[in-house]
Design a protein around this ligand. Structure first.
Ligand code: BGC
Length: 745
């Protein structure tokens, strides 16, 4: 076995110290447990509004020691949480505390921009600060375990869960994943402002065929090791994550939840992971659906023996394992091993010491956090909206010269859409909408806010004989195609700010899309407004890259806002009015069309790459519409003198524009020949954020270390070969046609 990483050792030491400090002798505890109580620790239930009526039965099971904890899906209620906990701590034979978990992914109460937005800040430390706030707010609610970060590296925007990921690059994703774990757990996850983190979904989930959620994901081991595993490895080895969630998909024919290679050989054997693995929701039972297990008993056995310790919302372990252990079908030591892993994490969370939550403090903590951290949420919005286009420098708007603004589209004054999918306890009533943010920032300017249409409408439009476009549907949504008001407002305005995108309802889990256009009647509304000769600043709200070619072509400026969270309006107003220049970059390529998907920048080098003008007869361009790493600022930067001296690559970066801004300088590499397998045509392996004043220039250097140049072999070893590499220091990944600087190691 390989020596485990620093984080793993530290994590294990933390678990042991806290268990001892908590005065709990876990070996003794396990020795005292009956088989049923042991299996009970592997049984995690969901408490959601729809099964709350069965709560009495659940509490009875808690008293019998048959439940390990709950996914807290009901409204936040520390009193209820304590009541259930009391059943475990004071009314069960051994008093083992329950463990409460939740998907507080981009914020608990205060909502931050979603992961692909925050990752675009290219500032992992920002992610850490965000998850520190989320951890503190989660604990106040009584949540000890958060199902985040999502470490899946995602390349196909048809997959709705792109909304939860840090995008298509494993290097950036690794840094963001580790930073999030540090934010959640800190140095001591037993503290009242920390939670246990659960990197997910292990592994390969994001490569589901055709972007269709819950389907097969047949990646090669080469790709698994170099694309999918690095962020998990960073979360575990470097940041010391104490739990991991296995994925829904198959890897090499076997669903992850029963995949011994993933859960035991790699995770524990190679990486030395000491925490526990939880299944994803009901996925042990799904082994039957996959046609892998013949019945639930077999499913339980396969999963436990593969290394999956906790049955999340499935009930398969509790109904089968007791008899199987009693009959000798499953060895008692396999059960003990899983129980011990779970109890150690409960101890690390401080639950044996402090099982209850302060019933009076949640509202206060959330309120105070809102006041204290609104500035951070606003900073996150500023650092995560990507400027895709700015023709003629239409942005920033000049507040002093503006007379009238038309703010059009369904996201203009919407609170619910701003907090996005997977929004934890995000509270729409506290959201600052774009209209509110702009009104505050532009007190003397007339603002016509016209919703124009409903983003979630299923209606279509038709054109009447006189050329007027109306909604086809005569149902409830028809009157929401308010093109006349939108046109009237636009005609009167100096500038149109048009909000367009997809509803949060079509993003996230089980929300795959076959088209990547704007939802509802938005495109028709945009086309109507774009036919006027007015400058349009388009703001796109989405959970994935959308192929909105008309919008990209016909707008003067485009700002990709993702799902920005509670401080949406304030942060976006800061950018629109130039209080700060945009600095974010795309972490996932924006395609021209759905037919070219998946399209990502770090594609394999191929045998005939240089003979092709394009991949498709009907689509000449080989690059995406906007590539990974792309994003404009309000100034311009010039790169010169890219060179390699010794083992270091450098470039001079100069602000040649008119205002101060942050430039994200990116280091890309390519290994010319690698005997083990293909290397991507380029890979991000470093970046630096520089704040430069007009005229200011800086020489930026990157060390070309083994870590920067290397890759992971099929045996799990990271290595760096001798030989030739190409090096680019650039604004983004679109370095097609440029050969880079040669570096020989
Ligand atoms: C999702 C996980 C989530 C879990 C618990 C599952 O359906 O795939 O990402 O953490 O539910 O809510």
């Amino acid at each position: 076995m390989k020596a485990a990483g620093k984080g793993v050792g530290v994590a294990f030491a933390i678990m042991m110290t806290i268990a001892v400090r908590g005065g709990v002798d876990l070996d003794r505890l396990v020795a005292d447990m009956t088989i049923r109580e042991k299996v009970g620790q592997l049984n995690y239930l969901a408490l959601f509004p729809w099964n709350v009526s069965g709560m009495d039965g659940m509490v009875d099971s808690v008293k019998k020691g048959e439940v390990s904890g709950f996914i807290w899906g009901v409204p936040p209620n520390p009193v209820l949480r304590n009541e259930i906990q009391r059943a475990a701590v004071e009314n069960s034979r051994l008093g083992i505390p329950l463990f409460f978990g939740r998907d507080n992914i981009h914020g608990a109460h205060l909502t931050f921009p979603i992961a692909p937005a925050l990752a675009g800040a290219f500032e992992p430390e920002l992610f850490k600060r965000v998850q520190e706030v989320s951890a503190m707010e989660s604990r106040a609610e009584g949540v000890d375990w958060v199902f985040a970060p999502m470490c899946d590296t995602a390349r196909d925007p048809r997959w709705g869960r792109v909304q939860e990921t840090c995008g298509e690059d494993p290097y950036l994703n690794s840094l963001c994943s580790a930073a999030q774990v540090r934010g959640f757990q800190g140095d001591d996850p037993s503290l009242p402002n920390r939670v246990i983190s659960c990197p997910k979904h292990f592994a390969g989930y994001s490569s589901v065929t055709g972007g269709r959620d819950y389907q097969d994901s047949e990646v090669s081991e080469w790709q698994l090791r170099n694309l999918h595993l690095p962020p998990f490895r960073a979360a575990i080895e470097e940041a010391g994550a104490l739990t991991v969630m296995s994925a829904f998909n198959t890897y090499d024919g076997i669903p992850a939840v029963a995949n011994r290679f993933l859960l035991t050989d790699v995770l524990r054997g190679e990486w030395g992971f000491k925490g526990f693995v939880a299944s994803d929701w009901g996925s042990i039972h799904e082994l039957l659906g996959w046609g892998i297990a013949a019945d639930v008993r077999e499913a339980a056995e396969m999963s436990l023996l593969a290394g999956n310790d906790l049955d999340l919302a499935g009930g398969v372990f509790i109904s089968n394992l007791v008899a199987m252990v009693e009959s000798g079908k499953v060895s008692p030591s396999a059960l003990d091993c899983a129980v011990m892993r779970i109890l150690r994490v409960k101890a690390a969370a401080g639950l044996f010491n402090r099982p209850y939550v302060d019933e009076m403090s949640m509202e206060r903590v959330w309120r105070e956090s809102r006041t204290a951290n609104a500035a951070l949420a606003r900073e996150c919005v500023r650092k995560s909206a990507v400027l895709l286009k700015n023709e003629g420098g239409v942005l920033p708007l000049d507040g002093k010269r503006l007379r009238r603004v038309a703010l059009i589209g369904p996201f203009a004054d919407d609170r619910v859409e701003m907090i996005g999918a997977w929004s934890g306890r995000g509270e729409p009533s506290t959201v600052v909408t774009l209209a509110a943010g702009l009104r505050t920032a532009l007190p003397g300017v007339e603002m016509d806010v016209v919703k124009g249409c409903n983003a979630s409408s299923k209606a279509s439009t038709k054109t009447l004989e006189d050329g007027t476009v109306v909604a086809e549907d005569s149902g409830a949504d028809a009157d929401l195609f308010d093109v006349d008001r939108a046109l009237a407002a636009a005609k009167e305005a100096d500038v149109v700010v048009f909000t367009i995108g997809e509803t949060k309802g079509v993003t996230g889990e089980n929300q795959s899309r076959a088209t990547l256009g704007a939802t509802g009647l938005q495109q028709a509304l945009f086309d109507a407004v774009a036919s006027l000769d007015k400058p349009i600043v388009s703001l796109i709200f989405a959970g994935r890259p959308l192929a909105l070619n008309e919008v990209y072509d016909r707008s003067a400026a485009v700002l990709y806002c993702w799902q920005p969270g509670s401080e949406a309006g304030n942060g976006l107003a800061d950018l629109i009015l130039g209080k700060e220049s945009p600095s974010a970059r795309l972490v996932i390529s924006v395609p021209w069309s759905v037919g070219e998907l998946p399209c990502f920048y770090n594609r394999p080098a191929t045998g005939r790459a240089r003979n092709l003008d394009g991949y498709y007869q009907d689509m000449p361009k080989r690059t995406s519409r906007f590539p990974f790493g792309y994003g404009l600022t309000y100034t311009a930067f010039e790169y010169s003198d890219v060179s390699v001296d010794g083992d270091s690559a450098s470039a001079t970066v100069k602000n040649v524009g008119r205002c101060e801004a942050i430039e994200t300088v990116q280091l890309y590499i390519h290994q010319t020949a690698c005997r083990e397998g293909w290397r991507p045509i380029r890979e991000l392996r470093g970046f630096r954020r520089l704040r430069l004043k007009p005229g200011e220039s800086v020489r930026v250097s990157f060390s070309l270390t083994d870590d920067v140049l290397g890759y992971t072999r099929r045996d799990g070893k990271r290595i760096c070969d001798r030989g030739e590499y190409r090096i680019w220091i650039a604004r983004d990944s679109s370095v097609d046609g440029k050969d880079g600087v040669v570096y020989v190691r």
